[in-house]
Design a protein around this ligand. Structure first.
Ligand SMILES: [Zn+2]
Length: 103
C-alpha cells in the first residue's frame, strides 16, 4: 500500500466547499491551515482538459473546508512567506532635498 492510496483523514468528512479559497468561517487563507490533504487520487477534468482536484484544509479555527486546486490564488505561496499583496515603498514618498539646476 503506497502513500498515495491512504484513506482521507477524518477531518475531511465534515469539510465544506469554500468560496474564494478561504476559510468560510474566519476568512483565513489556506496558508493558515493546520492540516492539508490533497485528493489527488480522484482528479476531475476541466473544460480545457486540465486536471483539478479537491484540496482540503483544516483551519486553525476548527473549520474544515475544501476548494478546487485550480481556484487556489497564485499568490498563496507569497502569503505564506509574508511577501504577498501590494507592498508599499514608503521611502518613495520622501521629498527630494537636492536642488535640480535644470528646472
Ligand atoms: Zn477558519
Amino acid at each position: 500500500m503506497d502513500a498515495f492510496s491512504s484513506v482521507p483523514p477524518p477531518w475531511t468528512e465534515k469539510a465544506i466547499h469554500a468560496i474564494g479559497f478561504r476559510c468560510p468561517t474566519c476568512n483565513e487563507a489556506p496558508a493558515k491551515a493546520q492540516q492539508v490533504w490533497l485528493n489527488r487520487r480522484s482528479p476531475v477534468f476541466t473544460d480545457n482538459y486540465k486536471r483539478k482536484w479537491q484540496e482540503f484544509y483544516n483551519c486553525e479555527c476548527g473549520c474544515a473546508w475544501w476548494g478546487w486546486s485550480n481556484e487556489r490564488p497564485p499568490n498563496e505561496l507569497a502569503e505564506r512567506e509574508g511577501l504577498g499583496g501590494d507592498r508599499d515603498f514608503p521611502d518613495r514618498n520622501l521629498p527630494n532635498n537636492y536642488r535640480d539646476p535644470f528646472s
